[in-house]
Design a binder for this molecule. Structure first.
Ligand code: PAF
Length: 322
C-alpha cells in the first residue's frame, strides 16, 4: 500500500457520516456507499454538516468533495476500483440482510475489512462470506447522531479499539497501524488491540445493559443512574451476563460493572443507538446484543430470563404484520 489511504465506507448512518466527514477533512480519499439514491443526491448537492454538541463551529464539507455512491452499484463498481480498506458501518440487521449478496463477488479477494457493529454474530458471518479477507473488528464509544441524510451531530468524542479477528498480532501490524494513523489524523482516538474477543465481549455487556433499558424507558444514558430501581435493573442484567460468560468460559474483568456506570456518566446526555432506533421506528440490534447472550446461555444451560424479558419488551414495541 503506497500513497494516501483510500477507504470505502458502506453505510451512511450516524457513524458512517461522522467517519466519512472527518476523514475527508483530513485529506483521506473516501467513497461513501449509501442505501438510498436520495441520500447520495442530497450529499452531492448540499454537502455534509457535522455539528458539535459543545457548540464548536460546525464542519461543512461541500458536496463537490463527497463521493457518495448508491450501494446498488457496489457489486459492479467496487471490484473495478477497490480501495485499501472497506469499512462497514451498517447496523447488524442490514449487514445480515444485504451483505451476503453484496459481498458475494469478493469471496476470493484479499481485502482489508473493518467492522464497526455492536453485538455479536457479524464477524462469523463475514468470515464465512470473505474467507480470503483480513477482518478487523472495532468497538467504538464515539457518540454520533444523524439528524438528516446530510447532517450528523458529534455528540461526544470516544475511543475506538481495533483488533484483527481470529487472533494474531494487530499492534505491530503495518496495515492496521496505517489505518489507525489515518483515523488519528482525522481526530479520532484509536487503540490497536491483540485481544479482539475480550474487547467485543466487554462492549457486548455494556450495550446489553444500557441499550434496552434506555430504549424501554426512553431516557438518555445518564438518566439510568437517577433512581435505585433503574440501577438495580442494570445490575440484574449485568450479573446475568457475567454468569453467562462464566458458564461459557469467557473471561471478564471485575471492573466491568464500574465501566458500565462510567459509560453512562461519560455519555450522559446521549441517546443510546437502540433508543435512537426506537424513536425513529427502525429495527433495533437487540437480537444481536441481548439475543446473543440468551443464545450463549441456552448453549451453556444457564438462565438469562432478564435478557429474554428485555428482548420481548423492545421487540414488542413494533407492530409487525402477521
Ligand atoms: O450503542 C450505543 O449507544 C453505545 O454503544 C453506548 C456505549 C451504549 C453509548 O450510548
Amino acid at each position: 500500500m503506497t500513497g494516501a489511504v483510500k477507504i470505502d465506507i458502506i453505510g451512511a448512518g450516524s457513524l458512517g457520516l461522522l467517519l466519512a466527514g472527518k476523514l475527508i477533512c483530513s485529506g483521506t480519499s473516501i467513497r461513501l456507499w449509501c442505501r438510498s439514491d436520495e441520500q447520495c443526491a442530497a450529499l452531492s448537492e448540499t454537502g455534509l454538516t457535522i455539528s458539535h454538541i459543545d457548540g464548536r463551529q460546525p464542519i461543512i464539507i461541500p458536496g463537490s468533495e463527497i463521493e457518495a455512491v448508491p450501494i446498488r452499484e457496489f457489486s459492479q463498481r467496487y471490484p473495478e476500483t477497490p480501495g485499501d480498506w472497506l469499512v462497514l458501518t451498517v447496523k447488524q440487521g442490514v449487514l445480515h440482510r444485504i451483505l451476503p449478496e453484496l459481498l458475494g463477488p469478493l469471496r476470493e479477494t484479499n481485502l482489508n475489512l473493518l467492522c464497526l457493529q455492536n453485538g455479536w454474530g457479524h464477524m462469523e458471518l463475514l468470515q464465512k462470506l470473505l474467507p480470503a479477507a483480513s477482518l478487523y473488528a472495532a468497538v467504538t464509544t464515539e457518540g454520533a447522531k444523524r439528524e438528516s441524510p446530510v447532517r450528523v451531530v458529534h455528540a461526544g468524542g470516544g475511543q475506538t479499539s481495533i483488533g484483527l479477528w481470529g487472533g494474531g498480532e494487530t499492534v505491530r501490524n503495518n496495515v492496521a497501524v496505517r489505518l489507525a494513523d489515518t483515523l488519528i489524523s482525522a481526530g479520532f482516538s484509536v487503540l490497536l488491540s491483540n485481544e479482539v474477543n475480550t474487547m467485543i465481549f466487554r462492549k457486548l455487556v455494556i450495550n446489553a445493559v444500557i441499550n434496552p433499558l434506555t430504549a424501554i424507558w426512553r431516557i438518555p444514558n445518564g438518566e439510568l443512574l437517577c433512581t435505585d430501581l433503574r440501577v438495580r435493573m442494570m445490575r440484574e442484567l449485568y450479573e446475568e451476563a457475567a454468569a453467562v460468560y462464566d458458564a461459557c468460559g469467557i473471561s471478564h474483568e471485575d471492573s466491568l460493572w464500574d465501566d458500565i456506570l462510567e459509560v453512562c456518566r461519560a455519555t450522559s446526555g446521549n441517546h443510546s443507538s437502540m433508543l435512537a432506533d426506537v424513536l425513529s421506528s427502525r429495527e433495533t440490534e437487540i437480537r444481536w446484543i441481548n439475543g446473543s447472550l440468551v443464545a450463549m446461555a441456552e448453549r451453556a444451560g444457564v438462565d438469562a430470563a432478564a435478557h429474554r424479558w428485555v428482548i420481548r419488551m423492545v421487540e414488542g414495541m413494533f407492530v409487525k404484520e402477521r
